[in-house]
Design a protein around this ligand. Structure first.
Ligand code: PLP
Length: 448
């Protein structure tokens, strides 16, 4: 229960926020941010004390939910022991976090370079690939997101790149495999994979394989639409990279650490990338942490040669202690297995019913605890309920109905994403899906 004191503190925080906080990705004068005064497990409480079910896991990072006691305790204990130490020193929390992360990665990937978050993990992975290959360009997909820093936002393939594009970073974009809105006029998954790979191969040949250092792909693209790749696509892309000496970077920032019902999403397709980037779920974002897992070949390149990169907080003890405790809690409580079950037993059947019932639903798709509902004006034409890169009155009303029903979603353009903590109870999951079911009537009405 939220006390009157907490509410008063929330009101004061909201005033100070408006007076002093400059927010991300926003026009500052148009904002009306929700105050959060408490968070626990799968729920947060707003400034008026309303409980909201967190179907966003914030930025799809609180995979273990809020305030997991084992992780809070590990951070407190580490803080009492050593809050911070330079990356050049050995530190037990960092060593153990690296061991655990490497243990979860595919065979032969034994070394981890820690960063502060996902964007800088991608920046470093690309830097490593460039130095390893002696090449410059980076291939990435349209409809992707790789982070907000200079290079990471330039390889990003969504509207967040448009105002930041320097066109000098060597980023080359290709069309992704996006079965629902196939760019290749494919009617089956097989056709989609085959034609998307053909397009990728043409892009590589036309750009000049000898100029391409890396291909970076989100294993399952996240904020760009949770569009699960068709069977064979990722392995085919990996093969093309191998054939042309291009480093394959799997961006597991959003999908790593259980989100899709496997420790890494690449486990679903038995992928063996040259580099894996991670952040978010590694410690559920309790303390900022990201990193790059490197193959033996790349580790060897920097055996004798200096790796020219680093960060003051690389492998920060508080963040690493949180990662050790998070991975431990996820294992003990079977959270990854639960995410898989949740996908198969709750999301897949319930979203199929929801699609059946609501004409505004064009597509539902996902894996584990990672789903998208794509809203359209017309199922035949697939015209989106909000334009690419924009919002609409109709989408705002759907999101409003979800929030009024006590559900915090992640909404983007014409899509509602559902990404709850991996340990949300089935009761809460069903409650949230009931609210979604109801909220979609607003969209049905809007499209008449
Ligand atoms: N890569 C992917 C796939 C992401 O989803 C994100 C963030 O949402 C990033 C990279 C960037 O991570 P960060 O915001 O921690 O820098």
């Amino acid at each position: 229960p939220v006390t009157e004191e907490l509410k008063a503190a929330g009101r004061r925080a909201a005033e100070l926020d408006r007076a002093h906080v400059f927010h991300s990705w926003s026009a500052q004068d148009t904002l009306n941010p929700m105050t959060v005064v408490a968070a626990e497990g799968s729920a947060v409480w707003d400034g008026e004390g309303h409980r909201m079910l967190d179907f966003s896991s914030q930025m799809v990072n609180t995979n273990i939910g809020h305030q997991h006691p084992a992780v809070v305790k590990a951070i407190q204990e580490q803080a009492a022991k050593i809050c911070t130490i330079a990356p050049a020193h050995v530190n037990d929390a960092r060593s153990e976090a690296a061991r655990l992360v490497a243990e979860l990665a595919p065979e032969g990937m034994e070394h981890v370079f820690f960063t502060n978050a996902g964007a800088d993990a991608n920046e470093h992975a690309i830097r490593m690939a460039r130095l390893h290959t002696g090449r410059h360009k980076v291939l990435s997909a349209y409809r992707s997101y790789h982070g907000g820093t200079n290079l990471a936002v330039n390889v990003t393939g969504d509207p967040r790149r448009w105002s930041n594009d320097l066109a000098t970073e060597g980023a080359v974009h290709f069309l992704p495999s996006y079965p629902y809105r196939s760019y290749f006029h494919a009617e089956t998954e097989e056709e989609e994979a085959e034609r998307a790979l053909e397009h990728l191969e043409h892009t590589i040949l036309l750009e000049g394989p000898g100029t391409i250092a890396a291909l970076i792909l989100e294993t399952v693209p996240g904020s760009a639409g949770v569009y699960v790749p068709p069977a064979g696509y990722l392995r085919g892309a990996r093969e093309l990279c191998r054939r042309h000496g291009i480093m394959f970077i799997a961006d597991e920032v959003m999908v790593g650490f259980g989100r899709t019902g496997a420790w890494f999403a690449l486990d679903h397709w038995d992928l063996d990338p040259d580099l894996i980037t991670f952040a978010k779920g590694v410690n559920s974002g309790y303390v900022p942490l990201g990193g790059v897992i490197v193959s033996e070949a790349i580790r060897t390149t920097f055996g004798e040669r200096v790796y020219p990169g680093g960060l003051t907080y690389s492998g920060h003890p508080l963040a690493c202690a949180a990662a050790v405790a998070t991975i431990g809690a996820m294992r003990e409580e079977g959270m990854v297995e639960n995410a898989k079950r949740m996908g198969e037993e709750v999301f897949a059947p319930r979203l199929a019913e929801i699609k059946e019932k609501h004409p505004s639903v064009g597509d539902v798709r996902g894996l584990g605890a990672f789903w998208a509902v794509e809203l359209v004006k017309d199922r035949q034409t697939k015209e989106p309920l909000a334009p690419y890169g924009g919002s609409s009155e109709e989408m705002n009303r759907v999101v409003g109905a979800l929030k009024a029903g006590g559900v915090l979603p992640f909404a983007n353009f014409n899509r509602i994403h559902l990404a709850p903590p991996l340990n949300m109870t089935d009761e809460d999951l069903h409650t949230g899906l009931d609210v979604l079911d109801e909220a979609l009537c607003v969209a049905d009405e809007a499209i008449g």
